[in-house]
Design a binder for this molecule. Structure first.
Ligand code: A4P
Ligand code: MG
Length: 173
C-alpha cells in the first residue's frame, strides 16, 4: 500500500440548495476508498466568477489523505459530481457541484485530464481563503508560499484576478 498523500479539494455549488450540496459532498468525500477525511474549512459565500447571470456560490475546501493515485482520486470526485446531478453545460456556468483537485501532496501533474496544482488557486479568493484558513503556511508546488503569492501585484493584475469574488466566511452552518 503506497504511503498516504495529503490532498486538498475545492468544493463549489450554486444550484439546488448549495449548502446542502456542499454538506452532502463533504460526506461523500469522507467515504472515498483508501482515503481519510481530515478537516474542512467551513463555508464561504461568493459572487460568481464567470457569467454573472447565475446565483451566488457556496465554496469550501477539504483536506484529506489518500492512497489513491491522482487520476483515481479524480475519478472518485467525478463520480460524486455526477451522483449529485452535475450536468456539464456552460464553462464557468451554474452547477450543482464542482469538485476541483487543488493540491496532491507536493506533486506537479500535467495530464490531459488533470492539472495540479489547480491553475486557478492564486486568482480565486473563494479557493485561497479557505485553503489558508486550513494551513496558513501552505506552499504551492512550483510557486512558493501561498500567503506571499497572493499579495504579489503581478498575479493579482491578471484578468481573472481583477475580479474580487468577495468570499466571506460563513462558519460551519
Ligand atoms: N481537470 C483538470 N485539472 C483538474 C483539477 N485539478 N481538478 C479537468 C478537477 N478537474 C480537473 O472540468 C473540466 C475538466 O477539467 C474535467 O473533466 C477534468 O478532467 P469541469 O468541472 O467539467 O469544467 P468547467 O466547470 O467548465 O471548468 P472548470 O475549469 O472546472 O471550472 P472551474 O474553474 O472549476 O470554475 N464562482 C464562484 N464564486 N465559485 C465557484 O466555485 N466555480 C466555477 C467553475 C465558476 N465560477 C465560480 C465557481
Ligand atoms: Mg471543475
Amino acid at each position: 500500500m503506497p504511503r498516504p498523500v495529503t490532498v486538498f479539494i475545492g468544493l463549489g455549488s450554486n444550484l439546488a440548495q448549495p449548502l446542502l450540496q456542499i454538506k452532502a459532498a463533504l460526506t461523500a468525500l469522507s467515504k472515498i476508498p483508501q482515503t481519510t477525511f481530515i478537516i474542512d474549512s467551513g463555508y464561504y459565500s461568493s459572487k460568481p466568477m464567470g457569467p454573472q447571470n447565475q446565483p451566488d456560490y457556496i465554496n469550501a475546501v477539504a483536506k484529506l489523505t489518500t492512497s489513491l493515485q491522482a487520476l483515481s482520486l479524480l475519478d472518485q470526485l467525478q463520480i460524486i459530481e455526477n451522483k449529485q446531478g452535475r450536468v456539464r453545460t456552460q464553462h464557468w456556468g451554474a452547477r450543482t457541484l464542482d469538485l476541483d483537485l487543488l493540491l496532491y501532496g507536493d506533486e506537479m501533474i500535467h495530464h490531459p485530464r488533470l492539472t495540479v496544482p489547480h491553475p486557478g488557486i492564486l486568482q480565486r479568493d473563494f479557493v485561497f481563503l479557505p485553503l489558508l484558513k486550513l494551513v496558513p503556511s501552505i506552499e504551492i508546488p512550483g510557486c512558493g508560499k501561498l500567503k506571499t503569492l497572493i499579495n504579489q501585484p503581478l498575479i493579482n493584475n491578471s484578468d481573472e484576478a481583477s475580479m474580487n469574488y468577495a468570499a466571506t466566511y460563513q462558519g460551519n452552518l
